[in-house]
Write a protein that binds this ligand. Structure first.
Ligand code: AMP
Length: 313
């Protein structure tokens, strides 16, 4: 069984380096650093590092370790919340000795010497808590609980998304018995800067809605500049259309220097197959992709229109 194999492998390595996906969200960081804290608390002699680029809006959760290439030699690499190798933050994972994948996304890219993938889990943080429960004698502490709770909250939209199960709520209930400041955590995840709030206003004023329930939002470089919003920050904007009656699925196109980032969300129709067609992937109801021209963006819109019309039949 994967959980036992994962624990046994952790026990045989002195250095453990934990990665997660690029452009991290609270679940990527929460599962990565929550697991790191748990391993440190359980095996105080081991050297445990979390790596990847810091996102300034999420450093309240955790800051990454800066380590030399040589540290990777003979290290165990654990990669959390990352479906495909192309999205692993810090490519030096390749320098490690053994790779463990822990993830809740569909297993499109089956990498890793050991792989534990559970698409029924609301979040990878939920899986890390399950790992704690099922493994033998692991230690949980307040900091690990704060990180895992933050990850679960982030990926379930505060327990709103259908991915939230009885187990999710049970684990969350157990995690809040640890000592951490929940209000501070929510403020960190959900408070937005004034530029984001104003851009939300723009989105709410300008979204489109077609007869099948598809909404399209194009954020060109000019618009991003006008509101002084960085590409990383657009992650805080995609949920804006989720509460609007009649919208079944929506897509954000975010223009960057070398590509147009596609962020897809749905309340029913399966959209990750469209993402997979355009260099992307993700969950059935929340996925992402990349296109390289506005013409290609139109093709994505057409594919989504087709998915929605089929869904409504
Ligand atoms: P985002 O819009 O970045 O929050 O992404 C939504 C979901 O889609 C997340 O679960 C991501 O892991 C996944 N995702 C986003 N972009 C990609 C991509 N280019 N390839 C694979 N999965 C992606």
């Amino acid at each position: 069984m994967s959980i036992q194999a994962i624990q046994q492998t952790i026990e045989t390595y002195n250095t453990i380096i934990i990665h997660r996906h690029v452009r991290p969200d609270p679940d990527a960081l929460g599962s990565q650093a929550g697991l790191g804290e748990m391993i440190k608390a359980s095996y105080p002699d081991k050297l445990v590092y979390v790596v990847g680029e810091d996102d300034p809006s999420l450093t309240f959760l955790v800051e990454m370790d800066k380590i030399e290439d040589s540290t990777f030699k003979d290290a165990l690499i654990i990669i959390c919340d990352t479906a495909n190798t192309g999205r692993i933050d810090d490519e030096r994972y390749k320098l490690g000795s053994k790779i463990i994948k822990i993830d809740h996304h569909p297993d499109v890219d089956q990498y890793g010497d050991i792989s534990w993938v559970d698409t029924s889990a609301s979040s990878t943080s939920e899986m890390i808590y399950e790992f704690f429960l099922q493994a033998d004698g692991l230690v949980m502490n307040d900091e690990a609980a704060r990180l895992l709770y933050g990850g679960i909250v982030g990926d379930t939209g505060r327990f709103l998304f259908p991915s939230t199960t009885k187990k999710t709520l049970q684990y969350a209930a157990e995690l809040v018995t640890y000592n951490f400041d929940r209000t501070e955590l929510y403020d960190g995840i959900y408070n937005v800067k004034d530029n984001i709030a104003r851009m939300r206003g723009y989105i709410l004023q300008n979204f489109t809605l077609d007869k099948n329930g598809l909404s399209v939002m194009k954020l060109t470089k000019d618009i991003l500049q006008q509101f002084n919003v960085g590409v990383l920050e657009t992650g805080q904007l995609v949920g804006t259309l989720g509460e609007i009656e009649g919208i079944l699925a929506w897509v954000f196109f975010i223009e960057e220097d070398d590509q147009i980032r596609v962020r897809l969300r749905s309340k029913g129709p399966i959209i990750n197959e469209v993402a997979a067609k355009y260099n992307g992937g993700g969950h059935p109801l929340a996925s992402g992709a990349s296109v390289y021209s506005w013409q290609e963006a139109e093709q994505v819109v057409n594919d989504l229109k087709f998915v929605l019309s089929e869904y409504r039949k």
